[in-house]
Write a protein that binds this ligand. Structure first.
Ligand SMILES: [Zn+2]
Ligand SMILES: [Zn+2]
Ligand SMILES: [Zn+2]
Length: 146
C-alpha cells in the first residue's frame, strides 16, 4: 500500500519535470513509511540505512523539490526544528511544553482567528508553518491533581 503511495508521489514529481533518481525515490519512500513527522536528519538516517551513499544535501534538495510541487509541507514544532510531512493530509500542530507531545488538529482549527486577523490587520496567517505551543490535557490534569 505504502509503495503505491510512493509511486503516486514519484509520478507527480515526474509530471512536474523532475528527474527521479533512486536517492529521491528513497527519500519519498522514507516519508511515506514514516507516516508522521521527520526532520531532514532523521530522513537522511533512514535513507542511509539502505543507501549509505545518499548525502544529507540530496535529502534537502529532494524535500525542496517536493515542497515546490506541493507534495510535502514543513512545520516548526518548537525552537526552529523543522519537520516534514506529506501534504495530502493537511493539519495543524499543537506542541506540549510539558511532555513534548505533538497533537495534530484539523486544518480549519484557526479559521476564526484567521478571519479576525485578516479583517483587523489585513494579515493572512499561515498557521501550518508553526506549531502552537502550550500544555496538553494530560499535563494540565497532572498539574491540577499534583
Ligand atoms: Zn519554515
Ligand atoms: Zn504535520
Ligand atoms: Zn503534555
Amino acid at each position: 500500500m505504502s509503495s503505491t503511495r510512493t509511486e503516486a508521489l514519484v509520478g507527480t514529481l515526474r509530471q512536474h519535470g523532475w528527474r527521479v533518481t533512486s536517492a529521491r525515490r528513497a527519500v519519498i519512500a522514507a516519508l511515506v513509511e514514516a507516516e508522521g513527522h521527520m526532520t531532514a536528519d532523521q530522513l537522511a538516517e533512514k535513507v542511509q540505512s539502505n543507501q549509505p551513499d545518499v548525502h544529507l544535501s540530496t535529502v534537502y534538495r529532494t524535500l525542496e523539490a517536493l515542497e515546490q510541487v506541493g507534495l510535502v509541507d514543513h512545520t516548526h514544532l518548537g525552537h526552529g526544528r523543522a519537520v516534514y510531512h506529506l501534504a495530502d493530509d493537511p493539519h495543524q500542530h499543537l506542541v506540549c511544553d510539558g511532555c513534548g507531545a505533538v497533537i495534530e488538529v484539523p486544518d480549519d482549527t484557526f479559521t476564526s482567528l484567521a478571519d479576525t486577523l485578516r479583517r483587523s490587520h489585513g494579515f493572512t496567517i499561515r498557521p501550518s508553518h508553526f506549531a502552537v505551543l502550550g500544555r496538553c490535557a494530560a499535563c494540565n490534569q497532572g498539574q491540577a491533581s499534583g
